[in-house]
Design a protein around this ligand. Structure first.
Ligand code: EPS
Length: 389
């Protein structure tokens, strides 16, 4: 069996996105509708731009599935860009040479990949850089995440996410109704906070600005022992942090209560292991989950709790000062249609990335060329730990 991995390809205004997933066991039921559900979740969220009204993201399964189940071969998905179907984009992103090419874009947006991309790839035009650096690519990742979630559901792992902060508005609810979160346009628990977040997004939009924030992702029902302390690059927290930081505009990651713990006394932030006499639902129970489900680089069976800070996106409708890469002269950055706030969408992308890392590690630990082998190995392991399901 090959490692669970994937590649994506595609530009924001190219013909579409393509992804190939390798290492998925045979026998896993998959439908395009299940993937579509996750893609639709990513497209929601107050504060997004016009592009989401144009797209109805749908991943067509091109290979690796027969009669509704994976067959152990690579699974490939094709997501077409509806926006591409217009003369402008057909010309701007033409695969073939054109008689009259577009003028190069030469005024990079500060904070974006624009400038460095042109330097690195020795190009005099920002267009090819921004096309691939665009968060449009995360559509493909959410599709892969949907498949990873289906695999993990076979061993009882599920995912939820919520928005904690948008701009200066924070939701500090301790009791979470995940149904409310799911139906909230800003993916938040509190309806009071929801109103404030929407007002903050409207305000930022009026001021030609953008807003960042913090989202939280949780994996419920995580197995014990994914990842390892034995080498630096096998630590689960490190793998999760890398996956989260790979999401466009994410600049910080917290596992469990990391920031709060940093200024607390050591004796107050450990998840005390209870004796047998106090176990209620499971063995080796704890009352708290300060560690966010990971100790010593390994999942400990508690829910995994990850938070990520996403900066306000760098495409702002006001023109920021910059320098023209063709002349070096002072200029102002170009504006290209964009979103005001992407924090709710980023939460869904975060779920997908966590699911991908967990699927990789679960397959590494439990193995299996067929999903029955995978679940049998998992069941043997949990039985040997004395865990009741
Ligand atoms: C993006 C700019 C906008 C976003 C896009 C990311 O696209 P457009 O230039 O077509 O309006 O909507 O995000 C998506 C297309 C998406 O599906 O998330 C950028 O510059 O990163």
């Amino acid at each position: 069996m090959n490692k669970f991995r994937f590649l994506t390809s595609g530009e924001s205004h190219g013909k579409g996105l393509i992804t190939i997933i390798e290492g998925l066991p045979a026998g896993l039921p998959i439908t395009e509708l299940q993937i579509r559900e996750q893609l639709a979740r990513r497209q929601q969220g107050y504060g997004r731009g016009k592009r989401q009204q144009i797209e109805t993201d749908f991943a067509e399964i091109m290979s690796g599935v027969r009669y509704g189940k994976s067959i152990g071969s690579p699974v490939s998905l094709l997501i077409k860009n509806a926006d591409r179907d217009n003369a402008n984009w057909n010309h701007r992103m033409s695969i073939e040479e054109v008689d009259v090419p577009e003028l190069p874009m030469t005024t990079p947006r500060p904070g974006h990949a624009d400038l460095i991309g042109t330097q690195k790839f020795n190009l005099n035009d920002i267009r090819p850089i921004l096309e691939r650096a665009s968060a449009r690519e995360t559509t493909a990742r959410v599709a892969v995440g949907a498949v990873a979630k289906l695999l993990l559901a076979e061993i009882g792992v599920t995912f939820v996410s919520r928005v904690l902060t948008i701009g200066t508005v924070t939701d500090d609810s301790s009791k979470i109704n995940w149904g409310n979160v799911e139906s909230s346009p800003v993916h938040v628990n509190s309806s009071e906070i929801e109103k404030k977040m929407i007002a903050a997004i409207d305000d930022a939009k009026d001021k030609h600005d953008t807003l960042g924030g913090i989202f939280e992702v949780r994996a419920l029902g995580s197995p014990i022992g994914l990842g390892s302390y034995s080498q630096w690059d096998t630590r689960m927290d490190g793998l999760i942090a890398q996956a989260m930081l790979s999401i466009n505009a994410v600049k910080g990651v917290e596992i469990g209560d990391a920031w709060k713990s940093a200024s607390s006394l050591g004796s107050t932030v450990q998840d005390i292991i209870l004796p047998k006499s106090q176990w209620k639902k499971r063995l080796w129970e704890r009352v708290t989950n300060f560690a966010g489900g990971i100790e010593g680089g390994m999942t400990n069976g508690q829910d995994i709790v990850v938070r990520a800070a996403i900066k306000p996106i760098s495409t702002v409708t006001q023109k920021l000062p910059t320098a023209d890469i063709s002349s070096g002269e002072a200029s102002s950055s170009f504006y290209e249609r964009s979103d005001t706030c992407v924090v709710p969408a980023a939460a869904i992308i975060g779920e997908a990335m966590l699911a991908i890392v967990m699927a990789q590690e679960a397959l590494l630990k439990f193995g299996g060329d067929h999903v029955d082998e995978f679940t049998r190995n998992f069941n043997n392991y949990t039985d040997s730990l004395g865990i009741k399901k």
